[in-house]
Design a protein around this ligand. Sequence first.
Ligand code: COA
Length: 336
Amino acid sequence: MPAPKSVIIRSVGVHTPERRVTNEELSRTVDTSDEWIRTRSGIGERRIAGPDENPSDMGAKAAAQALERAGLSPADVDLLVVATMTPDLPFPSTACLVQAKLGLRRDIPCFDIAAACSGFIYALQVAADMVRAGRYRRALVIGAEKLSSVVDWTDRSTCVLFGDAAGAAVVEACDTAGVGILANLLGADGSNAELLWAPAGGSAKPASAETLAAREHYLRMNGKEVFKLAVRVMASSCEKVLAEAGVASDQVACFIPHQANIRIIEAVAAQLGLGMDRFPLNLECFGNTSAASIPLALEQAWREGKVRHGDLVLMVAFGAGLTWGATLLRWHEPKR
Ligand code: COA
């Protein structure tokens, strides 16, 4: 197959669990309040998955919606990449479980990417580069998380921030030049890994009676440090990607930032000299859904007509690792 002229996001899909947990409901089990959570984070409620609703289930549903919207069937997919920090199992990958649940072809590559809240941007770039190289025509990229399974529901400084969801994109080779993904950037700084991590549960410290008693298998975060780094790195990632593409920030119709905290997003907007009207938000309803956050926000912005054919869209993320990434694209809806 010849290398394509460009690589586009052809369609998007989402799945969110039914169960809503409001701040008020949380305040009945941990020492917090709706007022504190809203003022410090912008979050009003989050969705919580049921015991039989795992990232592979949510991811498969989001992907099925994206495929249906593109008029495609599972047999049309050549590659599957799943971004998750809450895989269904230590192994095999969540991608292999999604492959089976969706009924994708049995001969395609399927793998997971672990880049926490930057996972969707990482997965998108890896899939897009594989499509750009000409070997695969169409990829499914999924961000799927069940963060409710790794947050410590007794730790008020973290449990109020996260939620469960999945989002998916069909990433496709396109014969029109100058559309789709125009520029991107990925980065990481492992020297700050312990700012946001789970100390136990991996092979370095397998789960044991001691780690369970010490609650070390749950997510831990230095919120203040993560906050400062997130603002700095998300703003500079946007600036670098815009400079690479030769695009001014006010030419971008819609920014899709990782939805972790409204104050982080406001600070990034201010640093770019832009108003919040270009930054659609969904964290009030979903909280931080990690790798699902960007496709969830992108899908909503697209559905509400805030992302239209020909628009420049800039997605930017930051997360545990630490990791970050940004992707600038010209939204393109090919005629069918
Ligand atoms: N309800 C009520 N009080 C709470 C609380 C809660 N849910 N969580 C913490 N507090 C208390 C703290 O105990 C502290 O009390 P103290 O002053 O008596 O010690 C006080 O509120 C202030 O806490 P602090 O941590 O300084 O608040 P903050 O303004 O830094 O906000 C975060 C905390 C977590 C909301 C903020 O740091 C943040 O959003 N960080 C980035 C997190 C993030 O987005 N991570 C994911 C990146 S991908």
